[in-house]
Ligand binder design. Structure first.
Ligand SMILES: C[S@@+](CC[C@H](N)C(=O)[O-])C[C@H]1O[C@@H](n2cnc3c(N)ncnc32)[C@H](O)[C@@H]1O
Length: 216
């Protein structure tokens, strides 16, 4: 993001609903203690996740790529009573931060943490029918995640994928300037846009956020 984009995002943040205190603390602690704090979805995107989830009121949400727990807690805000978020993370060194952050929120009882390779875990749970999936883990395998997730998604469910503009590099895909990560994201974008059973749109929010709905 350039300076003007950052300033506009900051302006949007100041004119949107505030982060609850536990999310503000998670955001701050992540910036103090972790490498690459920008991986965290952040205020605006987090409010959008919470907003969409609240409209849907799902019983089961999959959060793929926990990091420090920010997106899992945003999604938990919109669950149906008795619903749960399963959040998948492969880096066990994050366990302490995640537990502390989620433990300080009102959602400790409805967020289940699983430390595992998310793609392998999904392949072992094809029977699950998540009404909302937030895909925010290893970008190189987004197309493989899509292949596994598509049959799992029930009608009217949402698949939300982060980083789908890849710092704007998707415009270089297929050219000499394009790298392997860019090619993988571009492949995912093309595959998803071609799905007849999905209604898809890309938002140029932060690093690109794709929101897709399984048609009834
Ligand atoms: C961009 S961060 C997630 C940010 C988080 N969704 C949020 O909004 O705060 C991506 C996370 O995915 C994790 N990750 C990467 N590959 C993974 C995999 N194969 N399985 C599970 N987690 C993975 C990384 O360790 C990292 O913590």
């Amino acid at each position: 993001m350039n300076l003007q984009e950052e300033a506009l995002l900051d302006y949007c943040g100041r004119h949107s609903s505030a982060e609850p205190e536990w999310l503000r603390n998670c955001n701050r602690k992540t910036h103090l203690k972790h490498i690459n704090p920008r991986m965290l979805s952040g205020h605006i995107q987090g409010r959008l996740l919470s907003f969409l989830c609240s409209l849907l009121k799902p019983s089961l949400v999959l959060d793929i790529g926990t990091f420090t727990g920010y997106s899992a807690m945003c999604l938990a805000e919109g669950l149906a009573p008795g619903g749960k978020v399963i959040t998948l993370e492969e880096d066990v060194e994050l366990e302490r931060s995640i537990s502390e952050n989620i433990g300080a929120s009102p959602y400790a009882n409805c967020i289940e943490m699983v430390f595992i390779d998310a793609l392998a875990w999904l392949k072992e749970h094809p029977q699950l029918q998540p009404e909302l999936v937030y895909l925010d883990a290893d970008k190189k395998r987004y197309a493989q995640y899509l292949e596994v997730l598509l049959p799992m998604l029930p009608p009217n469910s949402l698949l939300i994928a982060d980083n789908t503009l890849w710092s704007g590099k998707v415009l270089d895909a297929g050219t000499a300037a394009g790298d392997a990560d860019t090619a993988a994201i571009d492949q995912f974008n093309k595959l998803l846009a071609a799905q007849q059973k999905m209604e898809v749109f890309m938002l140029p929010l932060r690093d690109g956020l794709t929101i897709a709905r399984k048609k009834p």
